[in-house]
Design a protein around this ligand. Structure first.
Ligand SMILES: *Cc1c(COP(=O)(O)O)cnc(C)c1O
Length: 422
């Protein structure tokens, strides 16, 4: 559910007309709804229903400081994948003790920085990474809390680029070698085993892959306990899908109820573990829309295009994943003819499109809104074709906050240097 709705033929973000935002702040423009964001966080919190759980928002989905600030005020934690993300959550005022550090390529500098900040846990993804963490922590006279990211070899039934739990994917440690790695870690002086985690993919629309993963890992957890290795938490990752068109993904409470049901016999035997989730998309995607203007329409021998002022540099999801994202008009246009358009941008690439074969009533100068644009859109933006990154605003009832200014042309080359003339 979200707070972007039509009233009298006009799209609103909470209590503010989207057209007014587009005119005031210019396009292309990302617009977020605070109420929607907080509602999604609440849904995860309530899904734990008094059980010992922790929500760690996956920062990479949308790392705007104001968004991180709002989320940290909800007392949730964060799942990060780089030193830059750690710096962001700290700058946003978050508590580093609720930060989990995932990712396959942590550098020594990043590990040092995370140990200095005192994060909750490193999700270790390889044997060499374990050695590196032990080494760096030893050098600093610290003990690093660790969890292993286990690859349970389950098919998440999602796009191959965002499927991460199969043995051919680069992520995690194969379940077959996990016990040996845990035993190695247990002997290390500068690491402390605190958990086990998996993250099998993104935009999952079924519960069954999570349950398959839990089933595969329950056996491993029993083996760990039999070997005297105890855990504090089990992290079931992020990946819960959202509705872009007709998907009907499970709700957070449906996912967690199913997970707890599957874990019941294990918890009876080894004691209850804290359950951690790392949602990104399901918290922010539908809390954002992306608004752009139709510059021209064009008819190439019957093939119609709506050329908009937003490109693949601003939102690469359609080009990168062939992702379908719903495009709607900001004002209903009963006078304009209903036509089939490819909605394309100004970037010099054939792959630069926002949507193909969309039934729309549009005229030049109209604004379009793309739903579900809060996750993996602005976060993946670039300046390709020397296009300044766009502005972002957050709507809170009838109040509007600019949370990222539109870049200027000077920003494009701010870090570049001319050669000195001899
Ligand atoms: C990307 C990622 C997430 C978040 O995935 P969503 O599909 O956005 O929920 C969580 N955990 C890890 C380790 C990730 O890489």
């Amino acid at each position: 559910m979200d707070f972007f709705r039509y009233q009298d033929g006009e799209l609103y973000a909470e209590s503010v007309p989207v057209k007014q935002l587009a005119q005031t702040y210019g396009t292309p423009l990302y617009i977020y709804s605070k109420a929607t964001l907080l509602r999604h966080v609440q849904a995860f919190k309530e899904a734990f229903a008094g059980r010992d759980g922790l929500v760690c928002y996956a920062v990479k989905a949308n790392s705007n400081l104001a968004i991180l600030q709002l989320l940290s005020q909800q007392n949730i934690g964060f799942d990060i994948v780089s030193g830059g993300e750690l710096a962001r959550v700290i700058a946003a005022g978050a508590d580093p003790h609720k930060v989990i550090f995932s990712g396959v390529g942590k550098t020594e500098e990043e590990i040092e920085m995370a140990l200095e900040a005192g994060i909750l846990c490193f999700n270790v993804e390889s044997a060499m990474e374990l050695d590196r963490i032990n080494l760096v922590a030893g050098r600093m006279g610290k003990v690093a809390p660790i969890s292993f990211r286990i690859n349970p070899n389950v098919d998440a039934h999602t796009h191959p680029y965002i499927s991460t739990g199969l043995k051919e994917n680069k992520f995690g440690i194969p379940v077959e070698s996990a016990l040996a790695e845990y035993q190695r870690a247990a002997k290390m002086e500068h690491v402390e085993i605190v958990g086990l985690d998996f993250h099998i993919g993104s935009q999952l629309t079924e519960i069954s892959p999570y349950i398959d993963a839990i089933k595969a890992l329950k056996k491993l957890i029993r083996q760990l306990y039999a070997a005297g290795i105890k855990l504090h938490h089990l992290d079931i990752g992020g990946g819960l899908g959202v509705t872009y068109s007709v998907e009907a993904p499970p709700l957070p409470n449906e996912l967690l109820n199913a997970a707890y049901a599957e874990l019941e016999d294990l918890f009876d035997d080894v004691g209850t573990l804290q359950v951690v989730v790392e949602p990104g998309r399901s918290i922010v995607a539908n809390a954002g829309i992306f608004v752009y203007k139709v510059e021209f329409t064009k008819d190439n021998l019957g093939k119609k295009f709506a050329i908009v002022d937003a490109g693949m540099n601003d939102n690469i999801r359609p080009s990168l994943y062939g992702a379908f994202m719903n495009i709607i008009t900001v004002e209903e246009n009963p006078e304009a003819d209903l036509e089939l358009y490819d909605v394309v941008g100004p970037v010099c690439e054939t792959g630069d499109f926002q949507g193909k074969n969309r039934q729309l009533r549009v005229r030049p100068g109209d604004f379009l809104a793309m739903r579900g644009s809060g996750a993996y859109c602005s976060a993946m933006a670039s300046q390709y074709n020397s296009r300044p990154k766009c502005a972002e605003v957050l709507v809170d009832g009838d109040k509007v906050h600019v949370i990222r200014e539109r870049e200027t042309y000077e920003d494009l080359w701010a870090k570049e240097k001319l050669l000195e003339q001899e």
